[in-house]
Design a protein around this ligand. Structure first.
Ligand SMILES: Nc1ncnc2c1ncn2[C@@H]1O[C@H](COP(=O)(O)OP(=O)(O)OP(=O)(O)O)[C@@H](O)[C@H]1O
Ligand SMILES: [Mg+2]
Length: 366
């Protein structure tokens, strides 16, 4: 899959700008604060409806303007697809797929696929389990609307269960909870099963990618910490039992202490915890290996690669790792941003070079 063009209107520091991308390597360069990450962010928006960095949509509206627009057209093996998003000051947004307005964000998912890397994605390795769950959710939601809806329902039921746990009347809790737990376990089992399959699929690929990027010097191991395996029915049954057994503890804590909202992934490099012992370059390599593995999982799922968005990926990687990374994304359309790209890293690979200055394209060269 590749994105052919993108039009930004009053989006971040862009007034009106159209991009034409090549189905291969696209190098977006320019000085700091010119709009490279903003363009990368816009593409990711078209895929998921979310920003990888803003927690309020209206932030993307150009200062002083009322409304922002992103419109993009992508080509997949199944045909052409266009996605448009309009953002409004009251934090509302409208989403269009092939010109038709979609009412639920779930309907946007899966039309254009991308894998996004930017330095803040290092949270995937460095920070809390929530960031690792977010990674799994973003990938799985793009692959399956069923996952997206199960996750939405799960979060809703979970918050109702947590509210109930704070009730002073424990008799009421014990009376009502079995109904919630039945539904919670059902939705949870879909999430857990999909995550188990996803991690089983990508772990060996990420390990192989890491070995490649580090030239065989480092051995990555990925382990999930969910603790529930088997079919959806088996997972739902086991979780329901555990919820029942843990009820007194949950009442004491005032929240649900088990379930997919507590899942985590553990990464070790040469048997040491990457979060604690990894160098910055090693942590970046781990995050990249996972993203490269994620791209392969899209290929396995859809028969084509996603758009690889690599925003500011090179810093902290030594030249050999940079070169191996460039080799690893050769098969996919890549949107690559950097202030400066060393010629020795690109070598003579065909690339479209787009130079950005102050929210405008300054030059394009193939
Ligand atoms: N809503 C907005 N309205 C106007 N300008 C904005 C808005 N949001 C962000 N900007 C501006 O966009 C610029 C940053 O753009 P971006 O993050 O894309 O830079 P960059 O080219 O990726 O730079 P770097 O090389 O430092 O990563 C900043 O100058 C910021 O003030
Ligand atoms: Mg940037």
């Amino acid at each position: 899959m590749y994105i052919k063009n993108l039009t930004l209107t009053n989006f971040r520091n862009y007034s009106e700008q159209e991009f034409e991308f090549a189905n291969g390597l696209n190098l977006l360069s320019g000085a700091n604060a010119q709009g490279k990450t903003n363009a990368a962010e816009a593409i990711f928006f078209l895929c998921t409806g979310y920003s990888p960095r803003a927690n309020k949509d209206k932030i993307v509206i150009k200062n002083g303007e009322e409304c922002a627009k992103i419109l993009g057209k992508a080509q997949s093996i199944y045909g052409e697809v266009s996605v448009g998003i309009n953002f409004y000051k009251n934090d509302n947004k409208e989403i269009y797929v092939n010109g038709l307005k979609v009412l639920k964000i779930g309907e946007l998912m899966g039309n254009i696929h991308s894998v996004f890397f930017n330095p803040s994605e290092l949270k995937l390795v460095q920070e809390s389990p929530e960031d690792r769950r977010r990674f799994m959710n973003i990938s799985l939601c793009q692959k399956s609307k069923g996952y997206f809806y199960a996750l939405s329902r799960y979060n809703k039921i979970l918050s109702q269960r947590n509210n109930l746990l704070k009730e002073p009347d424990t008799y009421l809790i014990k009376e009502t909870l079995p109904i919630w737990d039945e539904q919670l376990s059902k939705e949870a089992s879909k999430i857990i099963k999909a995550r188990n399959e996803f991690l089983t699929e990508i772990s060996p690929i990420a390990e192989e990618k890491h070995a490649m990027l580090s030239n065989g010097k480092e051995k990555l191991t990925m382990k999930t910490e969910s603790g529930y395996y088997g079919t959806e029915e088996e997972i739902a049954y086991a979780l329901k039992q555990d919820l029942k057994m843990g009820l007194d503890r949950d009442i004491r804590l005032g929240f649900t202490s088990i379930g997919p909202h507590r899942d985590d992934i553990k990464f070790t490099l040469n048997d040491m915890d990457v979060r604690v012992y990894g160098s910055q370059g090693q942590q970046r390599t781990v995050a990249l290996s996972i993203k490269l593995a994620e791209a392969e999982s899209f290929y396995n799922h859809f028969g084509e690669y996603p758009i690889m968005i690599l925003d500011d990926v090179l810093s902290e990687l030594d030249k050999p790792r940079q070169r191996r990374l460039m080799g690893a994304v050769e098969k996919m359309q890549t949107i690559f941003t950097a202030t400066h790209i060393d010629r020795s890293v690109i070598k003579d690979k065909p690339a479209r070079r787009i130079v950005i200055e102050n929210g405008k394209i300054k030059s394009v060269k193939d």
